[in-house]
Write a protein that binds this ligand. Structure first.
Ligand SMILES: O=C(O)c1ccccc1N[C@@H]1O[C@H](COP(=O)(O)O)[C@@H](O)[C@H]1O
Length: 219
């Protein structure tokens, strides 16, 4: 089955349009001050309006407080909130109840024991996103362009429709899909020319790789 494809950390109309025209199922916008992809609420709302139903829209946020989630829900009105911090299952449920939005909960993975956290969020979050752990010295809990050992995921229940992220790009996406068999993939650094700078050519190259996989002719 064709995986969902989320292009994350978009910040310009041109790169957003490129992702949409190539068939991204989800487009993501980051609100995290330390990120080179950070967008304030108003420019984010303008990009979400531009999507106009062509894909699901996702705000990526880290341990947001109640005022911030109210602003997201009221002023941006995305389809999803992606919680990429230390939010507990109870907080995920509360964010869903307060906003009425779907919630994707990111969980960091470096070793097999990290997968034990999934059980507490399954049935609470609308989607689980498995991402790499923050590398030492990084200010970012995600968007670091590093992958983890996808073979760890072989033990997962095949019924868990999770998203996979962390260092995915045009060169390794075929292997990511083959090894991890996720329901969706989430890509940010892999379609950038520099941290925070999305690149239309790299977005095209990434979707070309997906097209070759779908046609059964990965390079
Ligand atoms: O992209 C960011 O700057 C970011 C900041 C804070 C939390 C999450 C962030 N990005 C998420 O990281 C993953 C993977 O990114 P990459 O492909 O390895 O660069 C993705 O889920 C983004 O939503």
């Amino acid at each position: 089955m064709k995986p969902d494809v989320k292009i994350c950390g978009l910040s310009t109309p041109e790169t957003l349009d490129a992702a949409l025209s190539r068939g991204a199922s989800h487009v993501g916008f980051v609100h995290f001050a330390k990120s080179p992809r950070h967008l304030d609420v108003e420019p984010m709302a303008a990009l979400v309006r531009r999507v106009a139903g062509r894909a699901e829209t996702v705000i990526v946020t880290v341990d947001p407080d109640d005022d911030l989630i109210a602003r997201f829900a009221g002023e941006v009105r995305p389809d999803w909130l992606q919680l990429h911090g230390r939010e507990t299952p109870e907080r995920v449920a509360e964010v869903k109840a307060r906003t009425g939005l779907k919630v994707m909960k990111a969980l960091p993975v470096a070793e097999a024991a990290d997968l034990e956290a999934i059980a507490a969020y399954r049935g609470v979050a609308d989607r689980i996103l498995l991402d790499s752990k923050r590398p030492k010295g990084s200010d970012l809990p995600g968007g670091n362009g590093v992958s983890f050992d996808w073979r760890l995921l072989a033990v997962l229940d095949p019924g868990l429709a999770y998203m996979l992220s962390g260092g995915i790009d045009a060169d390794n996406v075929a292997e990511a899909l083959r090894v991890a068999r996720p329901a969706g993939i989430d890509v940010s650094s892999g379609v950038e020319s520099a941290p925070g700078v999305k690149d239309v050519r790299r977005i095209d190259t990434f979707f070309d790789a997906l097209d070759r996989i779908a046609a059964g002719t990965p390079a």
